[in-house]
Design a protein around this ligand. Structure first.
Ligand code: ADP
Ligand code: MG
Length: 417
């Protein structure tokens, strides 16, 4: 039997593990339910893929997006690893054949959506498979408290009944303690080993810049960019407009939002991945599963909706490990808006409590417990200076920086990376 390290070299060509990968792999191999909480780009896939290669049997992978499944199966196949995914539009016979293969064909991975788990035929087949482990990708989708709640994720618990002995490994980049706790509960994990990495990305610098003329600023940032970029906006209209404007300034841009047809989405994502288009101007519809190595800039020209969302979006930069930058551009209008919303949020009955909870969530991520109690300091003053409900302000970012949760660049008075 090959060791995890040998498999990493043989199939992926990497000579060393990323932080926590090895610990997570060992926990799964020891038969533990395991939670792998690593930032986007932290290398979660390897954490369930290698255990299945070390052992006999097949790993069932539940994944939220067809695109994600196909991507991963293609990647595995390209390495000579036997992997299947149940995608939509299969005929009865095709599905039967596929499931038979998964039972008898020495496959190492079967990817499927949570919806598929409702099908009797699929359940019956899984019962017959030699399942070595169950991986739940984007596991936070099972929690109603998270951003990406997917009711069908509740079906996953059927796997526990079908295969009580297979350890479950839950993978996510969402780290709020509430969502984590809920995810563990909903997946019915049994005294799981939880591995959680710092969300600091050494190669990624976070900046918040004042820019009255945002377009001019984007152009300045991107004109010498040799890699790819994402510009995040919060409306479809602004996505279209900004993309047009960038094109007229000589930056090859495309737009992407929830209203773009599936076919167009696919084509644009491919054009961006292949570098025919350098910059994707997008709403948060351009998100989950975007794994493109050389994104040098992620630019938000409107304040992101939440810290959680922001980490995910900014985290798409620099996945190749080279230096990359996440920038929030704001102008006088944004500043006024934020201040107004902040005051309004504080004025609601639960406003203070919510702010407090949000902040403590993030303190818990990095320290394992909330560091502030409501009595320890003048909370109102703290909030009014640094944070705003879930809206990310430049001040909130600065606070996160001071607490070591993220690292801002030199321009913001701290180390440049
Ligand atoms: P996540 O699911 O956590 O966002 P992925 O599993 O998609 O991350 O991995 C992100 C990138 O990191 C991929 O390109 C992957 O090949 C790479 N990677 C994974 N493990 C290692 C490693 N040990 N050394 C170097 N690169 C790695
Ligand atoms: Mg992933």
């Amino acid at each position: 039997m090959k060791t995890a390290q040998q498999l990493l070299e043989q199939f992926w060509g990497f000579t060393s593990f990323k932080p926590l990968q090895e610990e997570i792999i060992n926990a799964v191999l020891d038969g533990n339910d395991t939670v792998a909480l690593l930032p986007t780009g932290g290398g979660k896939s390897v954490c369930f893929q290698i255990p299945s290669l070390v052992q006999e049997g097949i790993c069932i992978v539940v994944s939220p997006l067809v695109a994600l499944m196909n991507d991963q199966t293609q990647n595995l196949k390209a390495k000579g690893i036997k992997a299947l995914s149940i995608s939509g539009g299969l005929s009865f016979d095709e599905l039967r054949t596929l499931l038979d293969n998964a039972i008898y064909g020495n496959y190492k991975f079967l990817y499927l959506s949570p919806e598929r788990l409702q099908q009797d035929m699929v359940q019956g087949a899984i019962r017959q498979m030699n399942v070595n482990s169950i991986a739940v990708d984007e596991a936070h989708c099972i929690s109603q408290w998270g951003n990406d709640f997917r009711p069908a994720y509740k079906n996953i618990t059927v796997l526990r009944e079908l295969k009580p002995l297979a350890p479950i490994i839950a993978l996510t980049a969402t780290a709020t303690p509430e969502v984590l706790k809920d995810t563990i509960k909903e997946l019915q994990l049994n005294v799981p080993k939880v591995f959680q990495n710092s969300f600091i990305r050494e190669n990624l610098s976070y900046k918040v810049q004042f820019a009255e003329d945002k377009l001019y600023h984007i152009q300045k940032l991107l004109k010498d960019n040799t890699g790819s970029a994402i510009v995040y906006v919060r409306s479809r209209k602004l996505a279209v407009e900004t993309s047009d404007q960038l094109n007229s300034l000589g930056i090859r841009a495309a737009f992407y939002h929830g209203g773009v047809s599936p076919k167009e989405k696919k084509e644009r994502a491919a054009a961006w991945r292949e570098g025919r288009v350098s910059t994707m101007v997008a709403t948060n519809a351009f998100g989950m599963g975007i794994d493109h190595p050389n994104v040098r800039f992620v630019i938000h020209i409107q304040l992101p909706e939440s810290l959680e969302g922001y980490f995910q979006e900014a985290g798409r930069a620099g996945r190749d490990g080279e230096l990359a930058t996440a920038v929030i551009l704001y102008n006088t209008y944004d500043k006024t808006l934020v201040e107004r919303q902040f005051i309004a949020a504080l004025a609601t009955p639960d406003g203070l409590k919510k702010l407090y909870r949000n902040l403590n969530n993030y303190f818990q991520i990095s320290y394992g417990e909330g560091v502030f109690t409501e009595h320890a300091f003048n909370f109102t003053e703290f909030c009014s200076r640094y944070a705003l409900n879930t809206l990310l302000t430049y001040n909130a970012l600065n606070t996160l920086d001071r607490l070591g949760i993220i690292q801002l660049s030199q321009e913001f008075g701290r180390r440049s990376i």
